[in-house]
Design a protein around this ligand. Structure first.
Ligand code: TMP
Ligand code: ASP
Length: 236
């Protein structure tokens, strides 16, 4: 499949039309932003890591019965995916306290939860992606009750599969953000990406951060963290 007109440019990816209206091509950039786009930078090689890792994880998830937008990897940075309309909710699952959870509730990072948590943010740049609950999402007609139930079940399933997968690689899956999309026939599928941009990964032995928090927090070693995750997943 060939890239046609560019449809959209986001913070980390570009999206192109193809000759088939059911598919688009995503192209992963090395650009990184944080804190609502106020912090900007580049992480060399990030686009390759995120494209390849996300595609690999989505294929694992498909095998475990989670439908995704993944169709075909074209090259290191570009992938054909199903064209979907994104449900404007960021779905966040947490296994361990970190980030905004630790800040909001005034607790330290690293508290292991008895059961994973789920929360939603309303994807809306003008409003800075506010937290939202199921009822508010339904009131705003962002999704139906049935879709929200489906999204929750899929998100917890993704957590079960990926938590076990990463632990075998010596990585703790602390938390992550998912986005879901609706295909032309109305099916809900996992969309966007699963990568060190959208997950917190801590080394299982040392708790060393192996994700975008190194960029968000100016910790240094950002590229090396992405490379290390690539190494754990692909042995490269
Ligand atoms: P948080 O602790 O800042 O709410 O982040 C929770 C998880 O969601 C973390 O793994 C990073 C990811 N995330 C994104 O992918 N995009 C975002 O815009 C934000 C705020 C978080
Ligand atoms: N990329 C997101 C932004 O710029 C935030 C993040 O991942 O921390 O808003």
């Amino acid at each position: 499949m060939e890239k046609a007109k560019q449809l959209y440019e986001g913070k980390a990816k570009k999206v192109y039309a193809t000759e088939d209206d059911n598919y688009v091509i995503v192209s992963y950039k090395d650009d990184a932003t944080a804190f609502d786009g106020t912090k900007k930078g580049t992480i060399a090689g990030k686009g390759v890591v995120n494209n390849r890792m996300s595609n690999f994880l989505m294929q694992i998830l498909e095998k475990e019965g989670v439908p995704t937008h993944f169709v075909e990897e074209i090259n290191d940075r570009e992938t054909v995916v199903k064209k979907v309309s994104i449900v404007p909710l960021e779905v966040i699952i947490r296994n361990v306290s970190a980030g905004s959870f630790a800040k909001r509730y005034g607790v330290e990072e690293g508290i292991v939860f008895d059961a994973p948590t789920i929360e939603f943010s309303y994807k809306n740049d003008d409003l800075h992606d506010p937290l939202i609950n199921d009822y508010h999402a339904m009131a705003l007609k962002l999704a139906t009750a049935e879709e929200i139930e489906q999204i929750k079940a899929m998100a917890f399933k993704v957590n079960d599969v990926l938590k076990a997968y990463f632990l075998k690689l010596g990585v703790k899956l602390i938390d992550f953000k998912l986005e879901f999309g609706k295909t032309s026939d109305g099916a809900i599928v996992l969309a966007d990406e699963i990568s060190p941009d959208t997950c917190r990964f801590w080394d299982a032995e040392t708790n060393e951060k192996l994700d975008k928090d190194r960029f968000r927090r100016d910790m240094g070693g950002v590229e090396d963290a992405y490379k290390e995750m690539m190494h754990r997943v692909f042995g490269e």
